[in-house]
Design a protein. Structure first.
Length: 491
């Protein structure tokens, strides 16, 4: 390399700050301006989200110590969450790899050889006698290379790596939110099944008393065999329902065990009928969702990543300048290897300017822009989905609140109807069929009331999840790497 190339390359490096190419990143606009309020208004007063949902432990709003304990077990032992943490650790390391190109690369390649030259080797036109020879060659060569990042390829690579790292960090938070919400939903469903089991069991109790009464009346000649058979059929049907409730509970218990990182065979959750009511969920305004949903943050960081990829694709149209140097020691004798005459070195610079590439660079840039547009569409779809999930959650809670109130009245009516039917039957005014009908109605009404309460609790969990579970986007901003001077000396 001629000496003139070296000052030329150094001059190019001096201009690097003003030569970076590639689009600057700005967050895409939401698909539509976020409204000031949600379409469906909840039956409670709105509040600021960060005032009531514990950061990182949103389930504490339910004030259930058992749920708190299970959630902590999930955070420590769930394997899907552990895999997400490992992906984040991998992303940190890969981001650090991208910063390595900021620094010069130095390598050493010591070698020691003993060789014999042929006595019949070609002389390439030189007239001289040839004879075999044997010699030693000892060398300690060093090579140094550095890419002058004139047009920002390395910087865009670091930007892309940091965006990918932050996307992975947000994805970890989303995995944690999804898993903890799934555990809470399964937990409340299991507690609802405990309450439903209790309802059916109580129904079995008074149906058995009714059967005993009919048997006694039948023996006394007052009740018919048909009435006894009808009551027995109702009791058997209710016992079947009891078994099905137990089966469903077992399935939810197994699901909870897996979420806790335990084999289903060793987990036995004690029975505890659901007696909770959903707490007021602080909604805030719709625009807050953009900062509170980790899945939206993941999508937004993917947009930033693709934006950096567009910048990288653009740098392919500009010169690729590399500064290089080599040096070391070489000698035929080991004793003289470290003498001054054994020193060798060279310096150089290389500027590679693409001219004709068969459209490769243009196609790569078009592909990068298309990937960016795709990521923007995915981000906007994530926002729309988030708005839908919150609206669904608010609507579900509002509807279930009304349904639960009317169903509570229905249970009282059914209980009163059963009492009247029993009195009328004992008084001989009506047949026992009215009593059976009243029993069936009461059981159905009580089960539906319990199921509505369970649905209300699960819908509350889903709404908290839709609102981000107290998370906000500031938590991933610290997840980024920067070139550090200490890396120069790291292998």
């Amino acid at each position: 390399m001629k000496r003139a190339a070296i000052p030329f390359a150094l001059a190019c490096v001096a201009l690097a700050a003003g030569c970076t190419v590639g689009p600057r990143y700005s967050r895409p606009a939401a698909p539509t301006p976020a409204p000031d309020a949600w379409k469906t208004q909840p039956p409670w007063q709105q509040a600021a989200p960060k005032d009531a949902i514990p950061k990182g432990a949103w389930w504490q709003v339910y004030n259930d110590s058992a749920l708190d304990s299970y959630e902590q077990q999930l955070l420590q032992a769930n394997q899907s969450l552990e895999a997400a943490r490992d992906r984040l650790s991998q992303a940190r390391s890969l981001a650090r790899v991208a910063t390595a190109d900021v620094f010069p690369q130095l390598s050493v390649d010591p070698a020691a050889t003993r060789e014999r030259g042929s006595g019949n080797r070609p002389l390439n036109g030189v007239v001289q006698s040839t004879r075999p020879y044997t010699q030693n060659v000892f060398a300690i060569p060093f090579s140094l290379s550095y890419e002058a990042d004139l047009f920002g390829r390395v910087r865009h690579n670091v930007e892309a790596a940091n965006a990918s790292l932050q996307s992975t960090a947000a994805d970890l938070q989303n995995v944690q939110l999804v898993l903890t919400a799934e555990l809470a939903a399964d937990y409340f469903t299991l507690r609802e099944l405990d309450a439903e089991f209790q309802v059916v069991q109580e129904s079995v109790g008074y149906q058995r008393k009714g059967l005993d009464l009919l048997n006694n009346r039948h023996e006394g000649g007052i009740a018919s065999g048909l009435e006894v058979a009808q009551q027995a059929a109702v009791l058997d049907s209710t016992l079947s329902q009891l078994a099905l409730v137990q089966q469903t509970r077992a399935q939810y218990e197994h699901a909870i065990a897996v979420l806790l990182g335990q084999p289903p065979s060793i987990l036995n959750l004690p029975t505890a009928p659901l007696q909770a009511t959903p707490p007021p969920v602080p909604l805030g305004v719709p625009s807050d969702v953009l900062e509170r949903r980790p899945d939206i943050a993941t999508a937004e960081r993917q947009v930033a990543y693709q934006n950096a990829q567009v910048g990288i694709a653009r740098t392919a149209f500009y010169p690729h300048i590399t500064l290089s140097g080599s040096g070391g020691l070489q000698s035929k004798d080991l004793s003289s290897l470290f003498n001054a005459p054994s020193l060798l070195w060279s310096l150089g610079a290389d500027a590679l300017q693409p001219i004709f590439e068969g459209g490769r660079n243009r196609a790569n840039l078009a592909a990068a822009r298309a990937a960016y547009d795709q990521s923007v569409a995915n981000y906007r779809q994530s926002v729309l989905t988030a708005f839908q999930e919150v609206e669904d959650g608010i609507s579900n809670l509002s509807t279930l609140s009304q349904a639960l109130a009317t169903q509570a009245a229905a249970v009282e009516d059914a209980r009163r109807a059963l009492e009247i039917a029993n009195n009328r039957y004992i008084g001989g005014v009506t047949s026992y069929l009215d009593v059976i009908t009243a029993q069936t109605t009461l059981l159905s009404s009580e089960r539906l009331k319990t199921q509505l309460l369970g649905q209300q609790m699960v819908s509350s969990v889903i709404l908290v999840k839709a609102l981000g579970g107290g998370w906000d986007a500031t938590e991933i901003k610290t997840e980024q790497v920067h070139p550090m001077a200490g890396q120069i000396l790291q292998p």
